[in-house]
Design a protein around this ligand. Structure first.
Ligand code: AMP
Ligand code: MN
Ligand code: MN
Ligand code: MN
Length: 279
């Protein structure tokens, strides 16, 4: 059996509906799946229905964008009370900033002579939370760039001309609200922030001080040395380990549940009884 505690649906910037995502998880023999859309829980009800039909255990999840010392750090929440008012209030605030930010990104693109990106990005986002990936797709569609990665490299990535600074909630606030809603707060993909080991140590120290409980150290494209460093850091701070693909849709590089090798101890899945010991 496989588990995957980080992925996205069309409720944010994934390309599959929650139902398609759960069906795909079942085909890939993923038996425990957390849907963790960016700043929204809107996909969870549909995912839950699909999970019941496909023999998948669904863990309620979310991925919250946060601000930490000038960096944008993502915090995954798992297994919280989805109806918790304070958490939903935070997610609404984050979603409102997403809409505001989208307009600001569009203004910056217009300054570069690129017209109409917002309308197209909004179309790609549909009812889901709008994000930079939708702009990347729009810029490809408009012929501005050849592929989405180039849109990030030239326009949308941190420090590029259409990057709009980070007005997300503070990291500590996201952790506190997830915990208060009965959930498990997880530091998402620490290897993806381009932080030196010294900064990673500071990040983990602050995360733990805020009440952080687990860290994603298991994903398929991580460099083994860095993974070892992160697992050591997790052990020092008695953090549980989490595993997630960060799947956004079918691609050549990534699959739900693939390459998520699980160490036998300290897994968040054992601690919370989602997977029995030895499985
Ligand atoms: P947002 O939450 O709207 O700021 O968008 C963040 C998402 O954009 C991430 O979850 C990735 O899916 C994607 N993303 C962010 N930075 C990059 C990058 N440099 N290259 C490719 N994709 C990126
Ligand atoms: Mn994303
Ligand atoms: Mn992320
Ligand atoms: Mn993600």
């Amino acid at each position: 059996m496989k588990i995957d505690l980080h992925c996205h649906s069309r409720a944010s910037d994934g390309s599959l509906t929650p139902t398609e995502l759960v069906q795909r998880a079942a085909l890939q023999q993923v038996s425990v799946l957390a849907l963790t859309d960016h700043d929204t829980t809107a996909g969870l009800a549909e995912a839950r229905q699909a999970a019941a039909l496909n023999n998948v255990t669904l863990i309620d999840g979310v991925e919250i964008s946060t601000h930490w010392r000038n960096w944008e750090i993502h915090i995954v929440g798992l297994n919280f009370d989805v109806a918790n008012p304070a958490l939903q209030q935070l997610l609404q605030r984050q979603s409102a900033w997403r809409d505001e930010r989208a307009a600001l990104i569009d203004q910056r693109l217009q300054k570069r002579g690129i017209e109409g990106a917002l309308a197209l990005a909004a179309q790609f986002a549909g009812n889901g939370n709008i994000g930079r990936s939708h702009f990347a797709k729009a810029l490809v569609e408009m012929g501005v760039v050849a592929k989405p990665q180039l849109a990030f490299d030239k326009f949308l990535g941190k420090g590029e001309c259409a990057y709009v600074g980070n007005r997300w909630c503070e990291l500590a606030e996201a952790v506190a609200r997830i915990n208060a809603a009965g959930g498990v707060s997880v530091l998402a993909h620490p290897s993806k922030y381009d932080l030196s080991n010294k900064w990673l140590r500071m990040l983990v120290t602050d995360f733990v001080a805020a009440g952080g409980m687990a860290m994603e150290t298991i994903h398929c494209q991580i460099n083994p040395q860095l993974q070892q460093f992160l697992q050591q850091l997790a052990m020092e701070h008695q953090l549980l380990l989490s595993a997630g693909s960060d799947f956004h849709g079918p691609s050549r590089w990534l699959e739900l549940g693939r390459g998520l090798h699980r160490p036998s101890q300290a897994g968040v899945w054992h601690h919370f009884g989602w997977v029995e010991e030895g499985q």
